[in-house]
Design a protein around this ligand. Structure first.
Ligand SMILES: [Zn+2]
Length: 271
């Protein structure tokens, strides 16, 4: 992809403040990868028993963001064969279809440390890991938090890979096109991803801030047996809803099998 060479006017300060004043410096494109399909027990996603289906269709999404010549992967899915929800085609094979070698992946951003978002991390060991600071702390604690997929992070935990734990929102490429958003609650360092596309417009990848569209109006929570933090999650949801409104952005709920079915299939992309 051609990189339009424009001059950066200065380093960005906040995630969105300076970015708005900058001209877009590189072409940005987003491809959704199929990281599995299956079913989930929806009852555990509502503390007001709004869902009753123990086998609700569910999808698992990974994404490739191209920023000029740079490549970022967002979430990595289960390993093929790991369980009935796992993808049929590996992340690296899907990247190969896009003519991307694993060593070309500069960044791997993960929404959170659960296995359905992180299991294929070891297949892109050269990528700098962009993880929430609180997530990293919970993962690397003497007694890692329950549900943390420690195995997938061993390369980075051992110092073999580069990691940049994020304490705040992060303007990844310094031009406001790709911004990691702090959205804790589901897990301590959960993050979502804002992507500004020239033609499609701005969009937000949810991570697991939501699992189903109806959660946006239900306004109840998914405490996962008490592991989530409802108060944090409420703040994160309010932050994202305000951003969606303010930026006129589209929300892509990563587990939403109905909406994902209508998205362009890789190698097609959004730009
Ligand atoms: Zn998930």
């Amino acid at each position: 992809m051609m990189l339009r060479k424009l001059c950066l006017l200065g380093a960005s300060v906040g995630a969105f403040s300076a970015a708005a004043a900058l001209a877009q410096t590189a072409e940005v494109a987003l491809t959704r990868l199929d990281c599995g399909n299956g079913f989930n027990d929806s009852r555990r996603f509502s503390d007001t028993f709004a869902y009753t289906d123990p086998k609700m269709p569910f999808t698992f999404s990974c994404y490739v963001v191209r920023h000029g010549d740079d490549v970022m992967v967002w979430d990595t899915g289960f390993n093929p064969g790991q369980n009935p929800n796992a993808p049929k085609v590996s992340l690296t094979d899907q990247l190969a279809q896009l003519k991307i070698k694993p060593e070309q992946v500069k960044y791997v951003g993960i929404s959170h440390f659960h296995a359905d978002h992180t299991s294929q991390l070891p297949s892109i060991p050269g990528a700098t890991l962009l993880i929430g600071q609180k997530e990293w702390e919970a993962l690397t604690a003497a007694k890692p938090m329950q549900g943390a997929n420690v195995e997938a992070f061993k390369h980075w935990i051992s110092g073999g890979g580069k990691v940049e734990p994020q304490p705040a929102d992060k303007d990844v490429f310094g031009d406001g096109t790709v911004t990691i958003l702090r959205t804790p609650g589901h897990t301590p360092g959960h993050q979502s991803l804002f992507v500004r596309l020239a033609k499609f417009g701005p969009l937000i990848l949810s991570g697991d801030l939501y699992h189903y569209p109806s959660e946006r109006t239900l306004k109840d929570f998914l405490p996962f047996g008490g592991r989530g933090n409802d108060a944090q999650e409420a703040v994160s949801k309010a932050k994202v809803e305000a951003l969606l409104k303010d930026k006129g952005a589209t929300l892509w709920i990563q587990h939403d099998i109905v909406a994902d079915a209508n998205l362009k299939k890789s190698p097609a992309f959004y730009d």
